[in-house]
Ligand binder design. Structure first.
Ligand code: SF4
Length: 375
């Protein structure tokens, strides 16, 4: 099976079947504008053509194992052809109509994975406990967006103004470190941002990194039309190494230089992500260090209350500690936002992806150990 997004294969198919170029455009529109993922539903193409396409091409290169929903999120558990499981999460941002006081869906964000699990090992993250299984390829990454948009179409239909509900923001904040798989994520950008495809603005696609030099250097050099978030989590090298073990190979001083280079090259601000963990990185002196580090930089700090889970013995910062931290950093003229938590119920929140896989792997280890003791 070929990927429908392999231009050479598609062009060869077009020539072999003596199709006009506009047929390719129709195909692209079916997937990227009308959110169709089944060739049989592309009724503007003839039956024979649909059948030929089905024999040679695929749109989604993975299966769907489970879908878990709560009021705020939908979590997809996908399975690749080589049997690896990975997750993506839809987040539903709502607002209350000031006149009717009725809560309504406002926009939808999709958080996607770029690797199956992760080697960075952040101490607060379930995915990091699993270790790295593999880099995902372009079609597995893009397929998450295509599948999610089809899901939204079926779940929400059209808005009051008859335009479609679709993914409005895409964040590479799911499983994995995107800049350790930069070659594959960068080839998805044209599909996300070009008007021939989804046509999302650069502000609506965000790559989030824990700070990996080679990937960051390549990213800055390419200057792709997407935004950058840096998961900093600590304002000094020692604390950062404790929270983000991979950080011992990628020094904070150099990472901050690279952030400055990025701002200069792209003209964009950097979003700094900071998970708030009780008595780990939420103390007032740490807030002062964070304020000093970010002052005079083109920066926006997002504070993310830690999402607790039974697999990790850490606690979320108290609301009072978060408020104090925010106030201190703001006193250095840095813009700070406290992120709303979403998806805790279904373990879909930041740092919780892979919870079911981790539970399963621990269960297997226990069974093996028990069998060993009994033998
Ligand atoms: S937070 Fe991100 S980079 Fe850190 S271990 Fe989890 S998935 Fe990897």
């Amino acid at each position: 099976m070929h990927s429908l997004f392999d231009h050479e294969k598609l062009e060869a198919f077009r020539k072999e079947h003596k199709l006009q170029p506009y047929r390719i455009r129709q195909l692209q529109n079916a997937v990227f504008k009308n959110h169709i993922i089944d060739f049989d539903e592309m009724t503007n193409l003839g039956k024979d053509l649909r059948s030929d396409l089905k024999k040679e091409f695929e749109i989604i290169p993975f299966g769907v194992k489970t879908i878990k929903e709560d009021d705020e999120t939908t979590k997809f558990l996908f399975e690749s052809k080589d049997g690896q499981v990975f997750e993506a999460v839809l987040m539903y941002h709502k607002h209350t109509d000031p006149q009717t006081k009725i809560e309504k869906l406002n926009r939808i964000t999709l958080c996607i994975s770029s690797q199956v699990w992760c080697s960075v090992g952040c101490i607060f993250c379930v995915t990091g406990k699993l270790g790295l299984k593999k880099n995902m390829n372009r079609d597995e990454i893009l397929g998450q967006v295509i599948y999610a948009n089809n899901y939204i179409k079926n779940k929400f239909g059209k808005k009051e103004d008859w335009s479609r509900w679709t993914v409005r923001n895409i964040v590479f904040m799911g499983m994995g470190e995107p800049l350790m798989n930069y070659d594959q994520i960068k080839v998805t950008f044209p599909f996300l941002t070009s008007t021939d495809y989804y046509g999302l603005s650069s502000k609506r696609v965000t790559v989030s990194t824990s700070g990996i030099y080679p990937g960051l250097e390549a990213f800055i050099k390419d200057n792709p039309p997407v935004s950058l978030a840096f998961s900093i989590h600590a304002p000094n090298q020692e604390l950062r190494e404790h929270l983000v073990p991979m950080g011992k190979f990628y020094k904070l001083d150099r990472l901050m230089e690279l952030m400055d280079e990025y701002v200069e090259t792209s003209g964009n601000k950097v979003f700094y992500e900071y998970v708030m963990i009780n008595n780990e990185n939420d103390m007032p002196e740490i807030a002062h260090q964070t304020g000093k580090l970010l002052q005079n930089r083109y920066a926006h700090l997002n504070l993310i209350p830690y999402n607790q889970n039974p697999a990790i013995q850490l606690e979320e910062s108290t609301p009072a500690a978060i408020k104090k931290f925010k106030d201190i950093v703001e006193s250095y003229n840095v813009t700070v936002t406290v992120r709303q938590n979403m998806g805790r119920k279904e373990k879909s929140a930041c740092g919780q992806l892979g919870y079911d896989a981790l539970k399963e792997s621990l269960k297997k280890k226990l069974e093996t150990a028990k069998a060993g003791t009994e033998a």
